[in-house]
Design a protein around this ligand. Structure first.
Ligand code: GLN
Length: 185
């Protein structure tokens, strides 16, 4: 299995480190032809405006929209993958920087679907999911707001699972990649 991490701006190194810790080969994706042969792709958090500008500059928009493997977006990555985002694909409305200025960044524990142990989420100027389309499954919520969601081969999180030692969200993404490879085979 080979996973790419979009390496234009933001937390791509942290995702690669987490995947390496799970024994998975992960590569930096800096040009559209780096997408060839990947089974999955992570679009990291950072600054969605900056990442969006670089997506335009490097002609990544079409190749990202056409990517056929599983895709996981965190924070800014979720903004780009949501409704109206440059990559689109996931049927959710997203409000950027929706958490107030005072509490722009915080950590919180919340339950994860089908698990006993709660998950700790690191939220950094996090986007808020404002509405969820029919085909989208909510895997975790914080105070009534969806924070981890899945639609088919797409996974999105408003927090940063690459910044904690808990690897369960990345493991779920890898399950999705395997499932998708199986379906595609
Ligand atoms: N607020 C950022 C944005 O709008 C996202 C923050 C993050 O990815 N940590 O792009």
């Amino acid at each position: 299995m080979k996973i790419g991490v979009l390496a234009l701006q933001g937390n791509f190194r942290e995702h690669i480190r987490t995947l390496a810790g799970l024994g998975v080969e992960a590569v930096e994706v800096r040009k559209p032809d780096h997408l060839v042969g990947l089974d999955g792709l992570i679009v990291p958090g950072g600054e969605s405006t900056a990442i969006g500008r670089l997506i335009g500059l490097y002609s990544f928009e079409e190749p990202l929209r056409n990517f056929q493997g599983a895709m996981f977006g965190t924070c800014a990555g979720m903004i780009l993958m949501g409704r109206g985002g440059l990559i689109g694909q996931v049927d959710i409305g997203v409000d950027r920087n929706a958490y107030g200025r005072q509490v722009a960044s915080f950590e919180a524990d919340f339950p994860l679907a089908d698990e006993e142990k709660p998950l700790r989420g690191v939220f950094i100027r996090a986007p808020r999911v404002t509405d969820v389309g029919e085909g989208v499954e909510v895997l975790a919520e914080l105070d009534g707001d969806p924070v981890l969601l899945r639609q088919g081969r797409f996974l999105v999180a408003s927090f940063h699972p690459e910044l904690t030692d808990d690897t369960r969200v990345h493991e779920r993404f890898l399950d999705l990649v395997r499932e998708d490879m199986h379906v595609g085979a």
